[in-house]
Design a binder for this molecule. Structure first.
Ligand SMILES: Cc1cc2nc3c(=O)[nH]c(=O)nc-3n(C[C@H](O)[C@H](O)[C@H](O)COP(=O)(O)OP(=O)(O)OC[C@H]3O[C@@H](n4cnc5c(N)ncnc54)[C@H](O)[C@@H]3O)c2cc1C
Length: 282
């Protein structure tokens, strides 16, 4: 049997997801290198199972069921190093660790992302952003795996919440080009962004903004105007603090969350708006 790295069984997905909703995964692999990851992908193809790539699960909602798919946690890709003003890190590194590393090495640029609870892989896949900046603005180069082929890309397209990865492409490592800065100033900026984040966002479990910004409208602003804050289905609620967030206020199930999302979408449609989901439902 080919080496697929660590294998975990009957994983409680509720504990993995920042929304604290979901059933169980029969099998979860934690590869540490490309060879193991490739073996897992080959195995999933051979057994006709979906291969689901997980970062920190802060933008994913799982259904309340037992999944027989092959889950892959990228947490084993956890190297981080610096060379001048370039920081290279594995997909499994959290944005928090990356920002702390930059702070220690007096490299500035990523401060607006401080506090986003994602991994580097998930953040690049989603082109995560905050306060007018996006992670893809800072990528110098990235390494990915697609159909068994290792690719290195330094030219790529990205857009609002749409990263540079093609379908089925897995982010392995990214290099960020940063600027020399002063530690105290970097910490100050990080704290300012974190304070702003805390003042705007709820502390209850969530997956961040449920819907993407539209071309000429903000779903959160509209949901607020329509007085939907506090609307509840079972244990799921539209946050009273930030209308763009759905929170797990009281032991919500997947059905509670999805029904609440659908109600908002239905109301939006009845008012002439098409909301596009930012969160991924697995
Ligand atoms: C409290 C809170 C605040 C948030 N604030 C923000 C914010 O300010 N801005 C923002 O943009 N988002 C925000 N989010 C959403 C979320 O944190 C980001 O989208 C984050 O980047 C997702 O990263 P993740 O590692 O958790 O990805 P996951 O949720 O694990 O995965 C998201 C998607 O990326 C894919 N993926 C993960 N890793 C890889 C990989 N290595 N290769 C290929 N595909 C991969 C998954 O398959 C999935 O489709 C917030 C979420 C919460 C809970």
């Amino acid at each position: 049997m080919k080496n697929k790295g660590k294998e975990l069984k009957n994983i409680d997905l509720k504990k993995l997801s920042s929304m604290h909703v979901g059933g169980k995964a029969k099998r979860l692999f934690v590869p540490k290198n490309i060879e193991q990851l490739n073996n897992i992908i080959k195995y999933s193809k051979k057994t006709s199972k979906n291969c689901i790539i997980l970062g920190n699960c802060s933008n994913i909602i799982f259904r309340d069921k037992v999944y027989r798919d092959v889950f892959v946690s990228m947490k084993g890709f956890d190297t981080i190093r610096v060379n001048g003003d370039i920081v290279s890190c594995g997909a499994g590194i959290s944005l928090f660790t990356l920002c702390m590393f930059c702070e220690q090495h007096e490299l500035t640029g990523l401060e607006p992302l401080y506090g986003i609870p994602g991994s580097v892989g998930g953040a690049i896949a989603m082109n995560a952003g905050a306060f007018g900046d996006e992670i893809c603005n800072h990528i110098d180069e990235f390494v990915s795996l697609q159909d068994g082929e290792i690719k290195t890309k330094n030219k790529f397209d990205f857009a609002y919440r749409k990263g540079p990865l093609d379908s089925g492409e897995i982010l392995i490592e990214a290099k960020f080009k940063l600027n020399k800065g002063k530690k105290e100033e970097i910490i100050k900026k990080q704290m300012q962004f974190l304070q702003k984040r805390k003042s705007l966002q709820p502390s209850l479990p969530s997956c961040g903004s449920v819907f993407m910004r539209g071309k000429d409208f903000s779903p959160a602003k509209l949901i607020d105007e329509w007085r939907l804050k506090g609307l509840t289905v079972g244990g799921a609620m539209i946050s009273t603090k930030h209308a763009g967030f759905i929170v797990n206020a009281n032991d919500a199930t997947f059905e509670d969350v999805i029904l609440l999302i659908q109600i908002v979408e239905w109301i939006a449609k009845s008012k002439g708006y098409e909301f596009e989901r930012e969160i991924k439902i697995i």
